[in-house]
Ligand binder design. Structure first.
Ligand code: ADP
Length: 464
């Protein structure tokens, strides 16, 4: 199939529609005006003849029973000049006045002129001279008849033809003008529709070539095109984010592995060449690093399993408050050391969930709050029911998270703390695990946070 550009196709379709519409309007209006005009001419002819008869009516004097032949002659000759051959008879069929008897030559000439003129100017017209009889009345009595011979069904004079020609010319000019303007308008409309689409296509191509920073800044008055533009822009935005995270992830994994591996390498080298004695403490330090790598690999593995939906959840009826209390107990030492005030409040329904995974969720959230809250800080765990969900909120008055970091904190390895010092000890994977587990339970995660004010993490788990 022949493929044309959107602009060409739109222009062609719009121009074609306009062409057909203008053509149809021209043809129909021509037919309509022509018919109306001819009906008007037929009526006009009838009216003219009735006028002649009316004039003739008044030329009869009922008291003397006489016709005013002079006036009849004037009426007859006037009629002849207008194309009507009149013959007037009284009631006994005696001829009062006859155009042909009066001026045969003028009659013949008039008939020839009209027939020739019509044949010349309107060759397809089938007209001829027709005789029509009219009664001449005086009050209610018939006092005679008038036979009028005229060119029927109608005839057109020079003025009529000029009028019709002018009308046709005007229609043709209007047709051409509307065609021209419609083609221009069609082209402009086509351009208005196609330009943003073409730009979108160009930008989309750029995006697919890896230029994820590209955006379409076009605004149009077409709703669907605007929707297309904003969809492409948000697609580009999410690709840009994914690309950024992918690069970040590689760098982060390398970083997370490099430190323990370097430590292990130097320790092991020192011990194998005899610089260091393999003391228990040194071996424990190496083991710590190995455990660190092992935990990282384990965390990554479980996220990968969540991603691929292959991690089996061992679900049962779970009381989230009990789990929260258990999680709090694991941090007893840290809470004591930092003199933190941790409260668990509210009641909630049971949920069907994997208790070990839920424990991991609360532990991750709580360990973050503990990590990022200063001494004597306050942490609240609130439980409640919200619609079909159980809501668990972990709220602290710690360091808070900046608004730029907030959208990324659930991404794996993302750390708001860019210095990557090990002061907080995290690897930026805790919240990614929280998100994976909650979503595997068909729940939702959310966060509100302000720097220096604190953070509020919310999870929703469907009720049992
Ligand atoms: P990490 O192991 O680094 O804590 P997480 O995935 O648990 O990784 O968290 C990602 C980042 O989110 C953290 O590095 C930290 O900057 C920020 N964060 C998470 N929880 C809190 C919190 N309660 N208060 C302040 N910042 C937080």
């Amino acid at each position: 199939m022949l493929k044309q550009s959107l602009k060409t196709q739109l222009s062609l379709v719009i121009s074609l529609i306009v062409l057909i519409t203008v053509g149809l309007i021209s043809i129909l209006s021509n037919i309509f005006i022509d018919k109306q005009f001819k009906d008007y001419k037929v009526n006009q002819q009838m009216k003219n003849m009735e006028e002649i008869i009316n004039e003739l009516d008044s030329q009869y004097n009922a008291s003397t029973n006489k016709w005013d032949k002079g006036s009849v002659h004037v009426i007859g000759m006037n009629a002849l000049n207008r194309g009507y051959i009149v013959k007037v008879q009284d009631e006994d069929k005696n001829i009062i006045w006859d155009a042909e008897t009066c001026d045969m030559i003028a009659c013949r000439k008039m008939m020839d002129d009209i027939s020739k003129f019509m044949a010349d100017r309107y060759p397809s017209f089938k007209g001829e001279f027709i005789d029509k009889a009219f009664s001449i009345m005086n009050k209610d009595n018939e006092i005679g008849t008038a036979m009028i011979s005229y060119y029927g069904p109608y005839f057109l004079n020079e003025n009529d033809f000029n009028f019709l020609n002018k009308l046709n010319t005007i229609l043709i000019i209007i047709g051409f003008f509307s065609l021209f303007f419609s083609a221009v308008i069609g082209f402009l409309i086509a351009r208005r529709i196609s330009d943003p689409i073409l730009k979108t296509v160009a930008v989309t191509k750029n995006i697919s070539n890896g230029n994820y920073k590209e955006r379409i800044n076009e605004k149009t008055s077409i709703k669907e095109v605007n929707e297309l533009i904003s969809s492409v822009n948000s697609l580009a935005k999410s690709l840009e984010k994914q690309e950024h995270l992918r690069k970040q992830l590689t760098a982060d994994v390398a970083h997370e592995l490099r430190t323990p591996i370097t430590t292990l390498q130097t320790h092991m080298e020192a011990m194998t060449i005899g610089i260091w004695q393999p003391t228990v403490n040194r071996l424990i330090s190496c083991l710590d690093e190995i455990l660190r790598i092992g935990k990282l690999v384990f965390d990554l593995e479980s996220i990968a399993k969540f991603d691929n939906n292959i991690l089996n959840l061992d679900k049962s009826k779970v009381n989230m408050k009990e789990i929260a209390e258990k999680a709090k107990a694991t941090f007893e030492l840290e809470i004591l050391n930092k003199k933190l005030d941790i409260s668990i409040t509210g009641e909630c329904s049971t949920v069907i969930a994997d208790p070990n995974r839920m424990n991991q969720v609360i532990i991750n959230l709580l360990s973050n709050s503990i990590k990022y809250t200063k001494e004597e800080g306050k942490i609240q765990i609130e439980l409640s029911d919200k619609g079909n969900f159980v809501k668990l909120v972990v709220k602290d008055n710690g360091t808070g998270i900046s608004q730029e970091d907030l959208p990324y904190i659930f991404e794996r390895f993302y750390r708001a703390d860019k210095s990557r010092t090990r002061t907080t000890g995290g690897s930026g994977i805790g919240l990614a695990i929280v998100k994976s587990i909650v979503e595997a339970h068909k729940g939702e995660v959310g966060v509100i946070s302000n720097v220096d004010e604190g953070s509020e993490f919310t999870i929703l788990i469907p009720k049992a």
